[in-house]
Design a protein around this ligand. Structure first.
Ligand code: MG
Ligand code: MG
Length: 622
């Protein structure tokens, strides 16, 4: 797959954009006209820069309103076209994107459109150049790639071809099967964008909500598959207009785009022949462990919260200052080492989750997938007798370990030989239910892509949750067996709990850990007896529960006494409660799913309001 990206997709000045595009590994870039107009470098200098960076100039774009104009506008448009041909020759590209006209002056007559494009083709051919015609979804007379293809076919000029842009086709729900009619030699370039499915004005949707493949809801695999089937082997070029990306780091967004094209290359629904040779997505079996970085003092405080939840410290590491806490299938590792990554993490963030271990069937294949996506590996010196567990960098610089599912028991036995207390025989908690990660709003889509490109995880629909201090965007990624679930949260509101976490934590990280139980009441009882500080839920909430669901007053009384939140979906029920935050950062959640598959989104505003109650007053808090 030959990869390209339009310079409009990322932030910064044109030269900085090109450097970021080259560093991310693309084969080429489309030069967006405004980027050229706003740089002090000449077109020739940009061409030289691209040559030095090893980037092909895949296209110059856009040229608007070429077809159907009356005189004298028509003559002016063709003069303008010749001027742009000059620029293209200086830039070193032979391809110009001409989008279907939006001009109120444009004549709807198809023969006129064909004649004008033919004329443009004649002029381009004289200079050895080509023009790709693109149907804008909001084009005045041509707004469907099927019509654009019919016109290109009938223009029948070697210098006139088609540009397909997934946004323009999929926002209008044009069936991808129609691509089968297009001749590959006439498809000059393919532009790729994803987007969330929204019911809104097409132009605004395109300008602000385009995203990288994998971050939105478009059926891009079918679309890409249809293009592959006609034999297209040209550039796949990202063209993403998104305010968030323009506010983000050019290098980060360029790398995300590269990963998204890799993701598309692999396909999901119907992988191409090429995809068969690529490292497949990693199928995570489960969460094997969660590692906290902490000082001894913090480790004691953390232990004081884990015990009432039913955890026991069961073993110490063979050589390091690391303790394993256990219960059911859950392993929590508390790392108090005086140096290394965990220590650095503790210094920067305070006691917090510095690593997550996921079990996988094939560790080398998992690493190959990470390499394929340019996800950086983490290397730390390993003692000669230490069990090697490879890892990559995840959210906020934390680590994701790949634990071999077949040998994980042997790993624990080898690494943690110094036994402490036995693991509880009748665990209160059975497994890690989900891991909630909080991040800046601008990096939300980046981490979403990280998870869906690297792992075989499905996305839930994106939600907006009301915090008393502003809105929070939330979305989950889940494995098919539901053993691995991450919820991602980001907020633009400066005082929302989400944003305060990111500020206080100095970056993105794990904000809460949810554990599964078969008996939330029993855990709440144990937690109460053990002195776990719980998040108090207002009585009004429980009064409303009783009214809303017709629950027995006795049951609701029990729920209220335990600060349990409740939700129902059909016959499925959900019970959950929260601890207060450890060190104002990480808190714990206990969930009992009775066939329920969500996360209690309806209760999130109640929880956030209860947490806001404990928010320090910025005027008095120091
Ligand atoms: Mg386009
Ligand atoms: Mg949760």
């Amino acid at each position: 797959m030959k990869t390209s990206i339009a310079t409009v997709s990322i932030s910064g000045t044109l030269d900085a954009k090109l450097q970021a595009i080259a560093a991310a590994g693309y084969d080429g870039a489309e030069i967006f006209e405004n980027d050229l107009l706003s740089t002090h470098h000449s077109a020739r200098e940009i061409a030289a820069m691209m040559r030095d960076l090893g980037l092909a100039c895949t296209m110059f774009q856009p040229f608007r309103d070429i077809e159907g104009l009356p005189e004298p506008q028509r003559a002016r448009a063709f003069d303008r076209l010749e001027r742009k041909f000059d620029v293209m020759q200086e830039l070193g590209t032979d391809l110009l994107l001409a989008c279907s006209s939006c001009s109120p002056l444009a004549d709807p007559d198809r023969a006129r459109t064909i004649a004008d494009l033919h004329e443009a083709g004649e002029r381009a051919a004289k200079r050895g150049l080509r023009i790709g015609y693109e149907a804008l979804a909001w084009g005045r007379h041509v707004n469907d790639h099927r019509d654009a293809w019919g016109i290109v076919r009938d223009v029948d000029h070697p210098a006139i071809g088609l540009v397909l842009d997934s946004f323009h086709s999929l926002s209008r729900r044009i069936p991808s099967s129609s691509i089968g009619d297009i001749r590959a030699d006439k498809l000059f370039i393919v532009q790729v964008a994803d987007a969330p499915v929204l019911d809104m004005d097409l132009l605004q949707w395109s300008r602000h909500f385009r995203s990288m493949p994998g971050q939105g809801d478009f059926p891009l695999d079918d679309w890409a598959d249809a293009i592959r089937r006609i034999g297209y082997d040209g550039y796949w070029s990202l063209e993403i207009f998104n305010d968030r990306f323009r506010a983000g780091s050019a290098h980060g967004v360029a790398l995300d785009g590269y990963r998204s094209l890799r993701l598309m290359q692999g396909g999901i629904a119907r992988p191409s022949a090429e995809a068969a040779a690529l490292p497949p997505k990693i199928e995570p079996h489960g969460v094997e462990f969660i590692e906290f970085a902490a000082s001894h003092e913090e480790a004691d405080a953390l232990g004081a919260m884990l015990r009432p939840l039913g955890f026991h410290p069961t073993a110490r590491h063979r050589s390091k200052d690391v303790t394993r806490w256990q219960q059911g299938a859950i392993n929590i590792v508390i790392n108090c080492e005086p140096d290394g990554l965990a220590h650095a993490f503790d210094v920067v963030h305070g006691a917090s989750v510095c690593a997550i271990g996921l079990t996988v069937a094939d560790v080398p294949a998992a690493l190959a997938r990470a390499d394929f996506l340019r996800v950086p590996r983490f290397e730390q010196a390993v003692a000669p007798d230490e069990w090697p567990v490879p890892s990559v960098r995840g959210v906020g610089g934390s680590l994701l370990y790949f634990v071999d599912a077949a040998t994980c028991d042997a790993m624990w036995a080898h690494e943690f030989p110094h036994l402490l207390e036995p693991a509880p025989e009748a665990p209160l908690l059975t497994a890690v239910d989900h891991i909630a990660q909080t991040m800046q709003y601008e990096e939300f889509l980046s981490w979403l892509l990280f998870y869906v490109a690297m792992f075989d995880l499905g996305k839930t629909p994106q939600l907006e949750i009301a915090d008393p201090m502003g809105l929070v965007q939330s979305q989950a990624v889940e494995s098919a067996n539901k053993a691995v679930r991450f919820t991602l949260n980001g907020s633009l509101a400066a005082q929302s709990l989400t944003s305060r976490f990111v500020q206080n934590y100095f970056g993105a990280g794990v904000q809460h850990l949810a554990f599964a139980t078969d008996d939330a009441f029993a855990v709440a009882d144990s937690a109460e007896k053990g002195g776990l500080p719980r998040l108090a839920i207002p009585r009004n909430y429980h009064d409303d529960l009783e009214a809303r669901w017709g629950l027995a007053p006795e049951l609701v009384k029990k729920m209220a006494a335990a600060d349990l939140l409740y939700d129902r979906d059909g016959d499925a029920e959900y019970l959950q409660f929260y601890s207060r935050a450890f060190a104002r950062r990480v808190f714990f959640e206990v969930v009992e799913r009775r066939g329920y598959t969500g996360y209690g989104a309806v209760n999130a505003p109640i929880r956030l309001a209860a947490q806001a109650h404990h928010k320090p007053d910025p005027l008095t808090y120091s």
